[in-house]
Ligand binder design. Structure first.
Ligand code: ZN
Ligand code: MN
Length: 499
């Protein structure tokens, strides 16, 4: 296979219009699976959360999880969809080792939610409306683990292992309509859509939406039309892109790759593609099946889903404040600018700050810790700020210790470092490292006198009324106490001792 010719991005945009489509699979955070009572805890020992139903053993009968239907309806409503009053599950037939029934129970032509939209905020503050075609319920498959290869893919592996813990976990698949007209912003729009959807689902409390753990997975469909022609091109479908940044990169890469194919006078192949995180490129998967290949038919073992209108209205009443409305309110409360707010959101620290404030810290303090020191720490460690081993409550405690004068800012950092290093709660770190501010005046007076004696010329100046010279003595005392003195109190004492 020859390497694809990539066309420079500017040229792609000049000659073609990208048409985007996004399919997002979200695992619901229900206690139990979609059609059986097995638990859904992530990371359990392989094949410990299984039963005859989710293993697809002959004769086992599924029962729908009410909570999953409830979440599906709430998602549909939050996406401004119509909730279908009656619909059946369908069998999507295909063989794959991680799906022991040989069909996935899904919804086909009778999805629970149809025809909605999501207003997606972009970085510059503008909003793009992305239309939603459908949101349907289905079950997740098990997981294959390919052992022995370098890539973790089946190709080159020595053998494969199967874990069915995930088989039957409730999924909602959310499919957009084609998104035209995004031009050079197509990669940004794709990323912004997935971000907005993630935030919305998180606010609904229906999923962990952890892309890194696979509880939210995105398939990126992309085709190119010759600029302003309106003629639809053939699309590729890049599967299971698992970070926001990768969504953006996958769109960009496919634009430059497909343009290369088209400009060479060839045709884009309709296929699924894999995204490679390390190179940012995509490679061909299987040639895309069509719906007919799946031989869909209504699932005879499940009753139709027919949510009564009153129930739907009850669920509508439980919808939370939308994330962007919430942000607007918080921004006003904290009195910060649009740009400052955007930085918080982009840095992924908004929720952390809110949680720190909820734990009792003033907003300004909480903000400054998360935006500067803790974001730096996260960058150094190569993790998201949410992945840092410090909780908002612990940070709030550190902030409280500073407010009460028990710590100064420098010491507070050392306490945070201790918490990050796993040394325990802030108070334990203070005790173990001996970090409390020296507030005992007699100890400070001794240090001040010593510093004055060591610098008699400076002491003379202060005695002569040159209060500005006190800085040198304060500095010496701070050094002698390893930064553990309250500098303001030291200054007061220096002046007292010289008058
Ligand atoms: Zn089960
Ligand atoms: Mn699906």
């Amino acid at each position: 296979m020859t390497a694809p010719t990539l066309v420079p991005y500017d040229e792609v945009v000049e000659r073609f219009d990208p048409v985007l489509g996004l399919e997002v699979h979200v695992e619901l955070n229900t206690q139990t699976k979609m059609f059986c009572g097995c638990p859904t805890t992530f990371g359990a020992e392989p094949n410990t959360q299984v039963c005859p139903v989710c293993l697809g053993l002959p004769g086992a009968l599924p029962v729908v999880n009410r909570k999953a239907v409830e979440s599906a309806i709430r998602i549909g409503l939050a996406l401004n969809c119509t909730i279908t009053p009656w619909g059946r599950f369908a069998r999507k037939n295909y063989f794959y080792p991680d799906m022991p029934k040989n069909f996935q129970t899904s919804q086909y032509d009778e999805p629970i939610a149809v025809d909605g939209y999501l207003d997606v905020p972009l970085d510059d503050g503008s909003v793009v409306r992305v239309e939603i075609e459908r949101a349907h319920m289905e079950e997740d498959t098990g997981k294959s683990l390919h052992v022995g290869g370098s890539t973790g893919r089946i190709h080159g592996a020595e053998y494969s292992l199967l874990d069915y813990n995930r088989a039957g976990v409730p999924l909602i698949e959310i499919v957009t309509k084609m998104i035209p007209g995004t031009r050079e912003r197509a990669p940004e729009v794709a990323r912004a859509y997935v971000t907005a959807l993630r935030d919305l689902l998180r606010a609904l409390g229906v999923s962990d939406v952890r892309m890194d753990q696979g509880s939210m997975r995105c398939d990126v469909n992309l085709s190119l039309s010759p600029r302003d022609s309106g003629v639809l091109g053939t699309r590729s479908e890049t599967k299971n892109v698992n970070s926001l940044r990768s969504v953006e990169r996958a769109v960009r890469y496919e634009m430059t790759r497909q343009a290369g194919v088209l400009l060479a006078g060839e045709r884009v192949v309709q296929e699924t593609r894999h995204f490679d995180e390390s190179t940012g490129s995509t490679s061909p998967g299987r040639t895309k099946e069509t719906a007919e290949d799946y031989r869909y038919f209504p699932e005879p073992d499940l009753v139709p889903i027919a949510p009564p209108a009153e129930w739907v209205e009850e669920l509508r009443a439980t919808l939370p404040e939308l994330p962007w409305e919430h942000r607007r309110r918080i921004q006003a409360e904290w009195g910060i600018s649009d740009a400052e707010m955007r930085d918080l959101v982009n840095a992924g620290v908004l929720e952390l700050i809110e949680a720190t404030v909820a734990a009792g810290a003033p907003a300004g303090e909480a903000r400054s810790w998360w935006v500067s020191y803790l974001t730096q720490q996260a960058n150094t460690r190569g993790v998201e700020p949410t992945g840092l081993p410090i909780t908002p409550a612990q940070l709030a405690r550190v902030i409280a210790l500073v407010a009460s004068g028990e710590l100064n800012n420098k010491l507070a950092r050392q306490v945070v470092d201790g918490v990050l290093a796993g040394e325990g709660e802030p108070d334990e770190v203070v005790a173990a490292r001996g970090l409390a501010v020296v507030s005992d005046d007699s100890a400070l007076i001794a240090a001040v006198d010593e510093a004055l004696a060591a610098q008699p010329d400076v002491a003379e100046k202060i005695r002569g009324g040159k209060v500005a010279a006190a800085g040198a003595i304060v500095g010496a005392v701070m050094k002698a106490t390893k930064g553990q003195a309250d500098a303001k109190r030291v200054r007061e004492l220096v002046i007292e001792r010289c008058s």
